[in-house]
Every structure is written in C-alpha cells, then in structure tokens.
Design a protein around this ligand. Sequence first.
Ligand SMILES: Nc1ncnc2c1ncn2[C@@H]1O[C@H](COP(=O)(O)OP(=O)(O)OP(=O)(O)O)[C@@H](O)[C@H]1O
Length: 219
Amino acid sequence: MGVSFKLFKKLNYFDLDVEFSIENELLVIEGSSGAGKTTILNCLAGIVTADEGKITIDEKVLFSHTDKVNIPAEKRNIGYLFQNYALFPNMTVKQNILYGLKNKREYKKKATRKELLEYAGYMMETLGLSHLADKNSNAISGGEKQRVALARAMVTRPSLLLLDEPFSALDENTKSKIYDEFRDFKESLNIPTILITHNHRETQLFADKNITLKEGRIL
Ligand SMILES: Nc1ncnc2c1ncn2[C@@H]1O[C@H](COP(=O)(O)OP(=O)(O)OP(=O)(O)O)[C@@H](O)[C@H]1O
C-alpha cells in the first residue's frame, strides 16, 4: 500500500534521478530553488512524463516506462495544490472547490456525487470557509485562498495529496495560524502527502519523513 516512485528525467542542467516510497504519512521535500522538487510532483500528477521509471499508488501502476503505462493526469486521483494556488479568479469560493468534482467521472467507484458534495461541504466547514462560499475568490485573503486551494485538492478524496509550497505566500501572522490548523488537519488526513518547502520550520512541524534534493538527487 502507499505510494512508491522511481523517476528518471533529463532536465536542462542535470538529471532528475530519485526513488522513494511512503505510506499514509507526510513526506517533506526540501532543496534549493531549481533542484527538481516541482518536477517530481508534476511527474507524479501526470503533468510531466518521466523518461524512465515507475509510479504506483496502492499497488496500482500509474506509470511504467518498461510496460508502457502512462495513466492520464485526470484519471490518477491525485490532489495537487500548486505553488501559486491557481484559483479561478472569476469564480466564487464554492465554485473553485467544486471544480475538482466537475471532471470526475468515476463517482460510482468510490462515492456517489451526493456523497462527494456532502464531503465538499464538510471540507469547507472544517477549513472555516463556509461563510465565504459565495464570495469571489479574488475578494478573499491569502490565508483564505490557501485554504480554498487545499479544499479543492482534497474534495475528490485523492489517493495522494501534493502540496507545493502551500504556505510560502502567507505573511508571518497568517502562517502561524494556518500552521496550527494544518497540524490538526494533517492528523485527520490519513493519506500519503508530499509537501515541498524551503522553510525548515515546516519540516519540523509536519514531516513524518523528509528528504533534501540537490540537482535532481536525494542527498
Ligand atoms: N520539462 C522540463 N524539461 C527540461 N528541464 C526542465 C523541465 N522542467 C523543469 N526543468 C528544469 O529542471 C530544473 C528543476 O526545476 P523545478 O521546477 O523542478 O525545481 P524546484 O526545485 O521545484 O524549484 P523551485 O523551488 O524554484 O520551485 C530547473 O533547472 C528547470 O529549468
């Protein structure tokens, strides 16, 4: 069970060459700018294709170079919070969160649409977003955007959660508050999670495991 990946990809200045596996726990990836962290997440999510390697989630093969398997991104059931949150500015908070369900075809396998909508409501409540549901996502604070992005990544009940510097855009006050919330939230997650950060405090607070990446390799 859990997630395992072995990835090789030629990048501009070096090769990405990593291998790792995690159970239902949080892995922190640290490393300086340009070390290849986001590329790992993009390969896992299916946005970027590795040259060689294998990715499995709960023993299901998502990518295998040798077996020529490459499940498309929208079928991987992975929640991804991008570095800049990437909320749709012309939509409300609720529309942003429900967008994750829009393209989800496999409702019946894991949960009905009704159950997922209820879960979306539960996520909004848990993350303190219910009162913002009908606000335009342009009209909310950075900390609120961060929580909307997290709710959107979670709403499909992903088998793997990818968080690319989820707290980096927040000011120090908001950060402290959200750190507390996230620590509680993390306990209830119980899915494999990978968090990228430049901030060692986040590693100390959240990591079950951590690795440092340098020029595409794990130190
Ligand atoms: N598709 C690609 N093909 C070739 N090279 C790439 C590709 N995508 C990214 N790179 C290069 O790979 C390196 C790693 O980029 P990546 O965005 O993964 O780093 P990062 O560790 O996430 O950096 P940051 O912390 O600044 O976000 C960079 O030098 C980048 O130019």
